[in-house]
Design a protein around this ligand. Structure first.
Ligand code: TXA
Ligand code: MG
Length: 312
């Protein structure tokens, strides 16, 4: 059920979290399926509800860097990134403190933890009032498109308590940087561009192909029902079209990620528009070329996953 943001709904959400139950929580990237990061039962519920493979660890959300001190081992590069980009769409992977009280299930048995401070007033005030850390993957069934509006969450989880926030503004999940090795590695392109991160910590190693380092980065992910055809300058007969920039095509089966080629706007529209076109009864979805710069890298990453053969 969707609950508009009132004091009563806010308090109810906190009671649910304390009881080890889950809520739908808006963040600036996408909606999260949130549970108390210290309760194994809550974490197990997250995996079960999403139908998520248990080898795929979760991101832990807090409202201040200090909230993570007893759980991770900080280093200089992590400090610098946190100072500049938090709160915001950046997740840092750091060595886990052996004494951390967070559910081991949340980090899927790895000796690292993924952490971030979201930049959304509802998420931040909830974290503050809750007074603990919250594990939250995107609030979609595993392998489906991430939710950027509360009703998307409701479509996948009709019984969930969903706290309403304004639409997510970034629209793509956070960028994930692994800082457990000697040089920082980009595990997932996302809401903060590689260039912006490299300006702070120097060159990033390319996304690792190791299944242990980035267990969640399965090739087929964000899978819509319709097959996707990428880099298409126009649709074929029977295809819906996701345009970018000027397009002569208008109509119910064409949506435009950004008429003036603004990558930020395109990122914030991406998942919502894919969901809308996926509801049509056409035979496929063609997508215009998106430049491989800045946020365009993360947009292309999600599109390639959406277009990948299923089950990989
Ligand atoms: O923007 C976001 O990051 C959203 C919002 C809700 O915060 N969350 C999100 O979570 O995208 P999820 O579960 O859909 O993606 C988390 C990714 C997965 O690819 C997972 O494998 C990776 O983070 N991850 C989590 N812990 C990790 C770790 N210790 N080492 C490497 N990758 C990790
Ligand atoms: Mg996800």
């Amino acid at each position: 059920m969707i609950h508009p943001f009132t004091l009563k709904a806010f308090e109810e959400a906190i009671v649910l979290l304390r009881k080890g139950e889950l809520i739908g929580l808006p963040t600036e990237t996408v909606y999260g399926l949130a549970g108390d990061a210290t309760q194994d039962q809550a974490i197990a519920r997250i995996f079960e509800t999403k139908n998520r493979p248990s080898f795929n660890p979760l991101i832990i959300h807090g409202n201040s860097p200090a909230a993570f001190n007893e759980h991770v081992i900080w280093n200089e590069k992590a400090d610098a990134l946190a100072q500049i980009f938090w709160p915001g769409p950046l997740t840092l992977v750091l060595p886990r403190q052996p004494s951390s009280s967070l559910s081991l299930l949340a980090s899927a048995g790895l000796d690292s933890l993924a952490i971030r401070i979201p930049h959304h007033p509802v998420a931040l005030s909830l974290l503050e009032a809750f007074g603990g850390l919250i594990a939250a993957p995107s609030a979609n069934l595993s392998g489906k498109v991430s939710p950027t509006q509360s009703h998307h969450v409701q479509e996948d989880f009709p019984d969930l308590f969903i706290l309403e926030g304004k639409d997510t503004s970034i629209g793509l999940e956070s960028t994930i940087i692994d800082l457990t090795g000697t040089s920082p590695e980009l595990l997932r392109p996302g809401g903060i561009s590689r260039e912006d991160i490299e300006a702070v910590v120097g060159p990033l190693a390319p996304p690792s192909t190791s299944s242990i380092k980035s267990p969640g980065l399965l090739k087929s992910h964000y899978a819509p029902r319709l097959p996707l055809r990428l880099n298409a300058s126009s649709p074929l007969e029977g295809e819906a079209y996701l345009a970018f920039g000027e397009t002569p095509l208008k109509g119910p089966h064409t949506l435009n990620l950004s008429e003036n080629k603004n990558l930020q706007e395109a990122a914030s529209n991406l998942f919502r528009m894919i969901r809308l076109l996926d509801k049509t009864s056409l035979k496929g979805m063609a997508v215009a070329p998106i430049p491989l710069i800045g946020l365009g890298v993360a947009i292309n990453d999600r599109l390639e996953r959406a277009a990948a053969p299923r089950g990989l």
